[in-house]
Design a protein around this ligand. Structure first.
Ligand SMILES: Nc1ncnc2c1ncn2[C@@H]1O[C@H](COP(=O)(O)OP(=O)(O)OP(=O)(O)O)[C@@H](O)[C@H]1O
Ligand code: SF4
Ligand SMILES: [Mg+2]
Length: 367
């Protein structure tokens, strides 16, 4: 893995306005993430923690108002470095109170036009994305072969249709579709969910992107097919070394495919570090939320003895109503008398507890 940073997200804020409640859904609130060339960053978190919205913000695909409102998304590719949110702040004004964004005025049309100018040559070409529902992401009226061929022509130097067809076949073989020459002429409805996901992966990789974002690539597939898609992704990772942001709430998938992991909760990164530090920590140095997530993984003995699994107590945070202190406070079972007041009133910053291992928790502060 190289030391080149492909994607650096800084202090990203993406909100939605809930008109009926006259309040903001703080889907992403101050996210910082980095992905190095050749690495797979796993982004883990319960449903609603802001994983997909972070990815869609990078792709410039948040269309609902007000959407992305501030931050920096630096993308480096082919020797060029650019901020994907460059000059977009001129279309947004927000008022803050006690460090919180309370009101936003946004020229959505201007924002949209500028985003399309910034992202036109990047989306699908330099950054490709695989979505959760492969069947609904493919065009039902066009054969899968033709769709991949078009992706090759649109996103690479190969424009000649015969060469592009050959390249599409190559990708169908690469993702181990059985009888690729036959499948080339199938429409998506003629393929199983697992096969459609392989086609989606082929289509994303056919663009030869600098960054691949895979959002829940195995969710919705049945267990045996899930395992096969994970195996395929592992093989592709070993061969192609594609820089990847892998989003999942499945810790096994994250554990098998990631080099580093970021754990999100309530629109924020609560912990990040190497996959060993986050998922296989020997000394238990983890954020209480990560520890609680790890407690939800069924162990063999649980399955054998039918012991009830520990679920994280309490509900996922309501992002319209985020408490003033630590956002995990209501569900945390590790707060103690020493830090309780801080936990309740002040949100901790991320602290580097060992090189490259960051935790957002008062337990790791001395005072
Ligand atoms: N268009 C929208 N309008 C209003 N709220 C939205 C919109 N899209 C997402 N949200 C809210 O933003 C928050 C983060 O959503 P996001 O889809 O990023 O979660 P996630 O971590 O990807 O969850 P999952 O694991 O279920 O996919 C959620 O509270 C969600 O309800
Ligand atoms: S800061 Fe306090 S409430 Fe938050 S996770 Fe740490 S111990 Fe728990
Ligand atoms: Mg999601």
């Amino acid at each position: 893995m190289s030391e080149t940073i492909i994607l650096r997200i800084e202090n990203l804020h993406t909100f939605f306005y809930a008109r009926s409640k006259q309040a903001f859904v703080r889907a992403v609130e101050g996210v910082d993430l980095e992905i190095m060339q050749g690495e797979t960053l796993g982004v883990l978190g319960e449903s609603g923690s802001g994983k997909t919205i972070t990815a869609l913000s990078v792709m410039g695909l948040v269309s609902t108002e007000p959407g992305v409102i501030s931050g920096k998304i630096e993308f480096s590719s082919k020797g060029l470095q650019q901020n994907l949110l460059q000059d977009l702040d001129q279309y947004v004004q927000h008022q803050r109170k006690n460090g919180r964004i309370m009101a936003v005025q946004k020229d959505c049309g201007g924002w949209q036009r500028k985003t399309e100018r910034l992202m036109g040559d990047i989306r699908g070409k330099e950054i490709a994305m695989i979505f959760q529902n492969p069947q609904s992401s493919l065009n039902p009226f066009v054969t899968v072969g033709k769709q991949i061929t078009e992706a090759v022509q649109l996103n690479t130097e190969i424009k000649n249709s015969r060469e592009a067809q050959q390249r599409a076949l190559h990708w169908l073989e690469r993702v181990k579709i059985d009888s690729p020459r036959l499948r080339y002429h199938n429409h998506p409805y003629g393929l199983s969910g697992g096969m459609c996901q392989r086609v989606m992966i082929a289509m994303a990789l056919a663009a030869e992107p600098s960054l691949l974002i895979a959002d829940e690539p195995t969710t919705g597939l049945d267990a045996t097919i899930q395992a096969k898609v994970v195996e395929l992704l592992m093989e592709l990772k070993a061969v192609l070394n594609t820089t990847t942001m892998l989003i999942s709430h499945d810790m096994e998938v994250i554990g098998r495919l990631s080099d580093r992991v970021a754990v999100m909760y309530g629109g924020r990164v609560m912990e990040s570090g190497s996959v060993q530090e986050i998922l296989r920590s020997k000394d238990g140095s983890n954020h209480p939320y990560t520890t609680a997530l790890l407690g939800c993984i069924p162990e063999e003995k649980h399955i054998k003895d039918k012991i009830t699994l520990q679920a994280i107590e309490g509900d996922v945070i309501d992002t319209m109503n985020i408490p003033g202190g630590c956002r995990f406070y209501p569900r945390c079972n590790q707060k103690n008398d020493r830090i309780n007041q801080s936990c309740k009133e002040h949100e901790p910053a991320l602290k580097e507890i060992s090189p490259g291992h960051w935790v957002r928790c008062w337990l790791y502060y001395d005072e």
